[in-house]
Unconditional design. Structure first.
Ligand code: DSN
Length: 479
């Protein structure tokens, strides 16, 4: 057993023993989660396994300190250690991504996106209004001017990727506060190629004239050309905001370089830290020096008190991501996604855009006669954890869907390579072929119920166990 595994075994065994004394159900659920994660093929494109040092860093008394405000400028006394933690996390983020400014406080990806939006509104709308009216802060405005400014916020326009093309709810959709804050126009993908249609996007942007052009996705299996996005934003006077929550690890690992690296092109970039970046659950905002003062107002403008223990874990994860091994990991994530896509394609599975050049693959399961929900559930029965997802122009809507999204970051962290991912493609195809939809009482195909052929779940779990046992999660950690 390695020194780290032996230390972690001892720390976690003792800690869970202590927790057990207070609330045994929580100790049991924590142990069960490790068992479940060890025993399943985790293919959710947005999940990963943080390292033991990252996990350990989250369990400390840094959690107990209030530190609203920003480094060196807090609303509470005694924040010197949280200042250090936040400064180290921000320094690693700036160095890793080559960004002018980094803000480590956001608690999640949605929070990071909200900080980004409000900082852009502050920079583009609020600050010029204050200047025009000769006011220092919004408190100096008359009731009338304040109401006028509030109405101006709400009249701003955002253009982002359509949800069924792979965009995220926070890119201006009605089910998210971003859709209530802004008027929104979506850009989709080309009906034949499935790729972003930059010419159409440019033409639509000329008409719509957004304040903010959002680039980024959570279910688009291809790379984005951020130089083209910058050009379009400049042409219409928009701020370019990139949501790289999904692919931050590929940027950090230098798989996305040149025009595929958003940092040199965007004004503001937001990300999560727990997906391909493999850190703790949380968010991060990067910005140019021009936008930095507005981003720095994120707490308390949008965010509650920063989570010192999580910012500390972000610093540890970002330090890990600056090591050469992380570049090898990120390249393997992309290579494995190609292998997985090819393995599925050659076995007859329809893939949106025909393949991938990032970390995710989007299966269209319509040709199996299944909805995404049926496929997701059948795969789960067989120990394969995925999530259903809309495909472009999805006939089954956003709840049942026609797609399943799978990604390689987590299993690549376990050490899976080309042979393992080809075997995973075989297992997925086998389960989809062995699943039949159950008709409703009226005789029409149901969208939720399904039947899995006898024995397939057990056989798939057994085959998966061989792959998983050969690539253990937290090897040597015993509880
Ligand atoms: N939940 C993330 C994902 O799965 O893509 C985005 O919010």
């Amino acid at each position: 057993m390695s020194d780290l595994a032996s230390t972690a075994s001892s720390i976690y065994s003792q800690a869970l023993g202590v927790i057990e004394q207070v609330e045994p159900r929580i100790a049991a659920a924590t142990r069960a989660e490790l068992r479940d994660q060890r025993a399943s093929l985790k293919l959710i494109a947005s999940e990963n396994y943080a390292s033991l040092p990252v996990l350990m860093t989250m369990g400390t008394w840094l959690s107990d300190k209030y530190a609203e405000g920003t480094i060196g400028h807090r609303f509470y006394a005694g924040c010197q250690n949280v200042d250090t933690v936040e400064a180290v996390a921000a320094e690693h983020a700036r160095e890793l991504f080559g960004a002018e400014y980094a803000y480590a406080q956001p608690h999640s990806g949605i929070d990071a996106n909200l900080v980004a939006y409000w900082s852009i509104l502050a920079h583009r709308v609020e600050n010029p209004t204050l200047e025009r009216l000769g006011a220092k802060t919004v408190n100096d405005l008359s009731e009338e001017d304040w109401e006028a400014l509030r109405a101006t916020f709400n009249a701003q326009r955002v253009m982002g990727m359509a949800l069924d093309a792979g965009g995220h709810l926070t890119h201006g959709f009605r089910h998210n506060i971003s859709g209530k804050m802004f008027r929104q126009l979506s850009y989709g993908t080309h009906p034949e190629t499935g790729l972003i249609d930059y010419d159409k996007l440019r033409a639509d942007a000329r008409e719509f004239k957004p304040l903010i052009l959002v680039a980024g996705y959570s279910a688009y299996p291809r790379r984005v050309n951020f130089a083209k996005m910058r050009d379009i934003a400049d042409e219409v006077g928009a701020t370019l905001f990139v949501d790289m929550a999904h692919f931050a690890g590929l940027v950090a690992g230098k798989v996305f370089t040149g025009e595929e690296n958003p940092i040199p092109y965007a004004d503001v970039v937001a990300t999560t830290t727990h997906k391909s970046l493999r850190g703790p659950r949380g968010g991060l905002v990067l910005a140019t020096a021009e936008y930095a003062p507005s981003v720095d107002r994120g707490c308390p403008m949008v965010l509650g008190g920063p989570l010192g223990h999580v910012m500390a874990a972000k610093a540890v994860a970002l330090a890990e991501a600056r090591q050469p091994a992380f570049q090898a990991y990120a390249q393997a994530v992309a290579d494995n996604a190609k292998t997985l896509a090819e393995g599925l394609r050659k076995r007859g599975v329809d893939l949106v855009t025909g393949g991938t050049d990032n970390h995710l693959v989007l299966l269209d399961v319509g040709s199996f006669g299944l909805t995404g929900r049926q496929a997701e559930s059948a795969l789960l029965d067989a120990g394969i954890v995925t999530n259903r997802n809309s495909v472009p122009r999805d006939p089954n809507g956003a709840w049942y869907t026609s797609g399943v999204r799978i990604g390689t970051p987590a299993l690549t962290s376990r050490g899976f390579g080309a042979a393992e991912f080809d075997a995973v493609a075989e297992l997925i195809t086998g389960v989809l072929r062995a699943t039949t939809p159950v008709a409703t009482a009226a005789g029409t195909p149901g969208k939720a119920k399904y039947l899995l052929a006898d024995g397939i779940a057990e056989r798939t779990r057994a085959a998966a166990a061989e792959l998983l046992d050969a690539n253990p999660l937290y090897p040597g950690l015993e509880l």
